[in-house]
Design a protein around this ligand. Structure first.
Ligand code: COA
Length: 352
């Protein structure tokens, strides 16, 4: 068995800065409310009609490939994580392959849909392929363009103010040293509350789980016409919804549990962690988890203040930034953990 290391990491942050005060133009909100509840000061939005989830992912991928010291033709597998893809199908994996001009090698491209846990899930998948020797250089891209799918009316403020756009990518490779690389990964899910943090429409559910009338489905036995209904458009149902307090309550329980699981599996302790990078869901959640782990501020990296929640991209963007700032060094024990829609959650420990 081989060990998997992060051989290169890159990020792409769109230029347009949107402050909390900027959002007041569209909805009844305030800088105080947003900062107090979430820690967010501003977020970035991609350029409509110019940038997409794929193009941002490709920019991050170029940096990761260069930093890994390989050529794009050396990549033997692609993984792409997003909840805001360019198309309903095909997924962004093949689109980023085309965008990077990697079609000659015809390598496989896998799309994963694990929302906020996307990075931890993708890391674990890549780890299994590298460990067994099947692949040597996996490009794993995480990218989100939330700004194109949010409800900017006051009715949508509880969700909209939290999310931002951005991308990051890693190249996962065989580690040269025995004491380097991913030590363990842990993945979980519980679909009980699937609709409590979800974008339900468009979709094939036809009102099945949710009540036909509420979601505007005609009660007729006809083919077609259920994927997107006029009522969904008229009633602004094509946007994510979230029961914030339920998500918060579950997140603060599951984060510490799954981190403990990773520490127990490796015989390590909270004290051994040099850098903890939580999914950037809410600064209050990160602070709660930090306290439970007993970690000092310099061993936790948060940047939600600047970027909001960038879902699948949040951990690798933070990891890239921490590494660029010299806060992650060779040999450091890095812990990542995420919780989000599904619910799905997970953790990983790696020696940098
Ligand atoms: N600006 C101003 N007021 C807002 C607002 C906004 N952006 N969003 C909601 N409100 C209002 C609500 O309408 C409500 O008003 P009311 O009391 O008059 O009905 C009030 O603020 C409280 O809303 P509530 O949803 O109970 O607030 P909260 O304390 O739970 O905070 C979250 C909301 C979303 C910040 C919080 O629940 C949270 O962070 N949850 C976790 C979300 C998360 O992590 N999601 C991503 C997971 S990956």
């Amino acid at each position: 068995m081989y060990r998997t290391k992060i051989g290169g990491i890159g990020k792409y942050i769109p230029e347009t800065v949107v402050s909390n005060n900027d959002l007041k133009e569209y909805m009844d909100t305030s800088d105080e409310w947003i900062q107090e509840r979430t820690g967010i000061k501003e977020r970035r939005y991609a350029k409509k009609h110019e940038e997409t989830t794929t193009t941002m992912g490709a920019e991050a991928a170029k940096v990761a490939i260069e930093r890994a010291g390989i050529d794009k033709e050396d990549i033997d597998f692609i993984i792409f994580a997003t909840l805001s893809p360019d198309y309903y199908f095909p997924g962004c994996g093949v689109l980023v392959q085309r965008e990077l001009g990697m079609t000659k090698t015809e390598v496989g491209a896998l799309d994963i849909r694990n929302q906020c846990s996307g990075f931890v899930y993708g890391l674990s998948i890549a780890d299994q392929f590298i460990k067994t020797g099947m692949y040597k250089n996996i490009l794993f891209v995480c990218s989100e363009m939330h700004s194109m799918g949010l409800d900017f009316r006051t009715e949508g403020r509880g969700v909209t103010v939290i999310f931002g756009d951005g991308a990051a990518a890693v190249v996962l490779q065989r580690a040269e040293k025995d004491d380097q690389g991913i030590l363990t990964t842990h993945l979980h899910s519980d679909g009980t509350h699937a609709e409590e943090l979800a974008m339900i429409n468009p979709g094939s559910h036809g009102g099945h789980h949710l009540g036909k009338e509420k979601f505007g489905f005609p009660d007729e036995n006809k083919f077609g016409g259920l994927f997107v209904t006029q009522k969904m458009v008229d009633d602004h149902m094509l946007a994510p919804n979230m029961t914030g307090q339920l998500v918060f309550k579950n997140a603060v329980t599951k984060f510490p549990e799954v981190i403990k699981e990773a520490l127990d599996a490796t015989g390590l302790k909270g004290d051994d962690i040099d850098m903890f990078i939580p999914h950037q869901a809410n600064l209050r959640i990160s602070q709660f988890v930090q306290k439970r782990l007993g970690l000092p501020d310099d061993k936790v990296y948060n940047n939600i203040q600047k970027y909001g929640n960038t879902t699948a991209a949040s951990i690798p963007i933070a990891m890239c930034e921490a590494w660029e700032e010299g806060k992650i060094k060779d040999g450091d024990l890095v812990c990542v953990a995420a919780f989000g829609s599904g619910f799905t959650w997970g953790s990983a420990l790696m020696r940098w």
